[in-house]
Design a protein around this ligand. Structure first.
Ligand code: AMP
Ligand code: MG
Length: 418
């Protein structure tokens, strides 16, 4: 009897792992890299912070003006009518007024400049009438207006960024605003990857009958680059047991993670399982998800191994859903829950109950601002064009059947990885 093997085309297999079980098992077996590096603030861009950063100063550090105008004492604000104040000097950003104001006096002040001693309020220049060395102000002002106080944003000793946060441009700016020069980040993961298949040719090579170009290595490279990990492209390896084994062993010498594509479905020419049974502890799963049913996951020594399906859309979907969160955990990043949205689906969708479906969709606002989603069309797991057009997954629960036009559906917008 021929043993029936898993493939992307198969329909629901009752022995499958649910999507959620697979996600949980993978995430439970990944932990953060403990090694850390001390880097300059510029080198830290995109890295994950290893220790909390406490502010060494108050921000803002001194009382300053939020407006261009005049610094006054609130006791001089008229209760009714107008009052006249003498301008006794200037306070510019970086060039404070060196003195105090007394009753009946004010100082010309610019945004960000120190509010001089004796002043507690700033009158916007548009609300002051200049009259020689004096200004006239009306009675519409409030004590303390247009003044920023030390520590308004945060104070000395406050935690401004926590360990596990990835350093975005806004966070780099925050670190710079308190004068941080160096900081500790988690060591960047190293990821080795290769494609398997006798039929695969790299771009620039001649296609012989039956050959196709290897797209997965470009997909995986692009996604890894966006994740900011260090990647090692090990090329296309033919379906020759010894070559795959040698490449896996070589990769495990230099990487924290190995990602392969193809050969995970235990077909006739799929040696990956045989090899991994010898050199690692890897599970070959049929996951009740579409696309992306066959997935191998485990470890070779301490190295994480992901054997993604060969079909490019399946490789992408499994990378997005399983590899991406694993690399985040490995990088030391604190996990955020993915944003899920609900949108009205403009077309009917075909779906058989059994597997959780990640159909490719285009999410937009219609003319009245409503969130709507449309399918990218035919959903074959070999059809990369549907993935290239999409900006989201339309996530259909495992037990759902066909979806009628105008149904509300769950949508997972792509982050900038795809
Ligand atoms: P496999 O998982 O090796 O049985 O491959 C499943 C399907 O995906 C086959 O049609 C392969 O030709 C195709 N495939 C495998 N690897 C790649 C790749 N790197 N790029 C494009 N297609 C691939
Ligand atoms: Mg293959």
């Amino acid at each position: 009897m021929i043993d029936k093997q898993a493939s992307c085309q198969d329909e629901f297999d009752p022995n499958s792992l649910s999507f959620e079980q697979a996600q949980q098992r993978i995430q439970q077996s990944v932990s953060s890299i403990t090694a850390r590096r001390t880097v300059t603030i510029r080198e830290a861009a995109g890295c994950v912070l290893a220790d909390d950063v406490l502010s060494p100063i108050n921000v803002p550090p001194f009382i300053n003006s939020a407006m261009d105008g005049y610094a006054v004492n609130s006791n001089d604000l008229p209760e009714s009518g107008e009052s006249s104040l003498t301008v006794i000097g200037k306070s510019f950003a970086g060039r404070p007024y060196d003195g105090a104001i007394k009753t009946g006096e004010c100082v010309r002040i610019m945004t960000g400049a120190v509010v001089p001693e004796g002043a507690d309020t700033v009158i916007m220049q548009e609300h002051a009438e200049v009259d020689g060395d004096c200004i006239k102000i009306g009675n519409e002002h409030k004590k303390g207006q247009n003044v920023r106080h030390p520590g308004d944003d945060f104070s000395t000793g406050d935690t401004i960024i926590q360990a596990g946060e990835r350093l975005s441009p806004a966070k780099l700016g925050l670190l710079a605003s308190v004068g941080v020069t160096e900081l500790n980040v988690v060591r960047t993961p190293v990821v080795a990857f290769f494609s398997t298949g006798d039929e695969l040719k790299g771009v620039g090579q001649k296609l012989n009958p039956g050959d196709i170009y290897d797209s997965n290595r470009y997909i995986i490279f692009g996604m890894l680059e966006k994740m900011g990990v260090q990647c090692i492209d090990m090329g296309v390896i033919p379906d020759i047991k010894q070559e795959i084994e040698d490449t896996l062993k070589q990769a495990s010498q230099c990487a924290d993670v190995i990602i392969t594509s193809g050969g995970a479905s235990v077909g006739e020419a799929d040696f990956i399982k045989e090899i991994l049974d010898d050199i690692g502890q890897v599970n070959f799963w049929k996951i009740a998800m579409k696309p992306g049913k066959p997935l191998a996951f485990g470890k070779i020594n301490d190295i994480l191994f992901f054997g993604l399906p060969g079909n490019p859309v399946s490789a992408m979907a499994t990378f997005y859903q399983f590899v991406q969160p694993s690399l985040q955990i490995l990088s030391g990043e604190t996990m955020q829950n993915a944003i899920k949205l609900t949108a009205r689906c403009l077309s009917k969708l075909k779906k058989r109950p059994g597997r959780k479906d990640f159909q490719r969709g285009v999410l937009s606002n219609n003319e009245i601002g409503e969130l709507v989603v449309d399918t990218t069309g035919i959903q074959g797991s070999h059809m990369l064009s549907s993935m290239a057009k999409a900006n989201c997954f339309i996530v259909l629960p495992a037990d759902a059947g066909n979806i009628a036009e105008n149904s509300m559906v769950e949508v997972q917008p792509f982050n900038d990885l795809i």
